[in-house]
Ligand binder design. Structure first.
Ligand code: CTP
Length: 415
């Protein structure tokens, strides 16, 4: 795993640059924080926007950007990383590295760094076997640069031989070997140690009288799995749950409530937290005047009408700006149509930072089911996640929370 590891990925200009997008995914799935430097030639193959969306971070390319240099200079970029990775490493960037040139941001960062560097060459077979390249590779290896690949195979230029960039999975595994491996280290395994989390889960029950209530089909599976995943990553978790039949997650403080009012009170009682995740299906309305005793039916009398009033919005309340606001507030959007558009709108309306949007139309079997297909909506854009088990969604979300809470303050403020 690469939990909490920071990788600076330099994307140079080669046809293999598209594989760097997949590499970012693989690294983030392993819990790494990836930041990109894109060369001018690299930008001809992949856009800064795709890199930004996948890394959820700013993409750096300009050597003389006034804002970048004041916020994050080339020295800082390398200082903030555990490893520099050049993928694809073109003939040009390898030659510039060997010569010690510093004529753009990528080469300057590579010259200025004291961190380990992994390069994944990608070029035409004749370029790779050229005497100049052979000498450059030898020089770089002598200086301690680690190489992965290139692989043998068919190339975009219709030739065959060594020159294909290694596959993203191979590169990710090499990175794991270089800087992962501290599986037993407390900070790598428990990136949320010292952080406090609040999770709401399950339905609420709104009493009509002492025996009847309004509620919904929420099973609490997703919310409970999130509480468990956050605890697994070391957070101190309070789970405020409506009535559910799933078991209490281990290592989590569980507060059981019935109504939305009680859920809000329990959330406020939980004190200051670093992250709040509202996964509960809170009833939007409650009876305006719940009866103190059981409402009796009377022969010949029409059924009573139900007067409803709005419940407090717990997510919106927790999202309100102020000293008590958690650094990260995450809501859920259960939608049956226009999933992404409605969820983007909900993020703004509720004032939260992220929305996990899921399609709960009957055909998906999300309610009460084991699997979930979600989109994560952040200020940076929309991430489409594959269909995963609710435990996997929870672990992936907890990993994303750990990354976000682990970011330096200056980066969070710039977002
Ligand atoms: N939520 C809340 N308190 C409420 C209502 C909702 O905390 N009184 C939270 C839920 O936990 C969830 C998000 O708000 O994180 C869902 O918002 P909601 O407005 O209820 O949207 P949907 O349930 O998705 O449905 P709709 O917008 O169609 O009403």
């Amino acid at each position: 795993m690469l939990h909490g590891k920071r990788i600076l990925l330099i994307v140079a200009g080669g046809i293999a640059a598209f594989k760097s997008l997949e590499l970012i995914r693989r690294l983030r799935e392993r819990g790494a924080n990836v930041r990109c430097v894109l060369t001018d030639a690299g930008a001809k193959f992949v856009t800064p926007l795709s890199l930004q969306a996948l890394t959820e971070d700013k993409v750096y390319s300009d050597m003389f950007s006034l804002t970048d240099e004041s916020e994050m200079g080339h020295i800082q970029l390398s200082r903030d990383a555990d490893l520099l990775v050049v993928a694809p490493a073109t003939a040009n960037i390898l030659a510039r590295m060997a010569a010690g040139l510093a004529d753009d941001l990528a080469s300057t960062v590579l010259l200025a760094t004291d961190k380990r560097v992994l390069v994944a060459p990608a070029m035409n077979v004749r370029m790779w076997t050229h005497a100049a390249m052979v000498a450059n590779v030898e020089t770089l290896k002598k200086r301690g640069i680690t190489f992965i690949g290139p692989n043998d195979g068919a190339m975009a230029c219709n030739e065959h031989g060594p020159g294909r960039m290694s596959e993203p999975e191979e590169i990710a595994a090499a990175i794991e070997q270089m800087i992962g491996g501290e599986r037993t280290s407390a900070s790598a395994e428990k990136p949320l140690a010292g952080k406090r989390a609040l999770v709401t889960s399950g339905p609420t029950r709104e009493a009509l009288d002492p025996v009847r209530y309004i509620s919904n089909h929420s099973s609490g599976k997703q919310g409970h799995a999130i509480a468990a995943a956050l605890a697994q990553l070391g957070a101190e978790v309070t789970l405020v749950s409506g009535p559910v039949s799933v078991a209490d997650p281990r290592g989590v403080r569980v507060v059981k409530i019935d109504s939305a009012d009680q859920m809000l009170a329990a959330c406020l009682d939980a004190g200051r937290v670093d992250v709040a995740i509202c996964a509960a299906a809170v009833a939007d309305w409650k009876a305006a005047k719940p009866a103190a005793s059981k409402i009796k039916k009377k022969a010949g009398v029409a059924p009573p009408s139900l007067e409803l009033t709005a419940n407090p919005d717990i997510l919106a309340t927790l999202s309100k700006p102020g000293a008590r606001r958690p650094s990260l507030v995450v809501g859920f959007a259960a939608e049956t149509e226009n999933l992404v558009a409605n969820a983007i709108d909900k993020r703004t309306r509720k004032g939260c930072d992220w929305i996990v949007a899921n399609d709960v139309s009957a055909a998906t079997g999300t309610f009460g089911g084991e699997r979930n297909t979600v989109h994560l909506i952040t200020a940076q854009g929309v991430q489409e996640w594959p269909t995963l088990s609710k435990d996997e969604v929870a672990m992936r979300l907890a990993g994303a929370v750990a990354l976000q809470l682990g970011r330096p303050r200056s980066i969070k403020a710039a977002e």
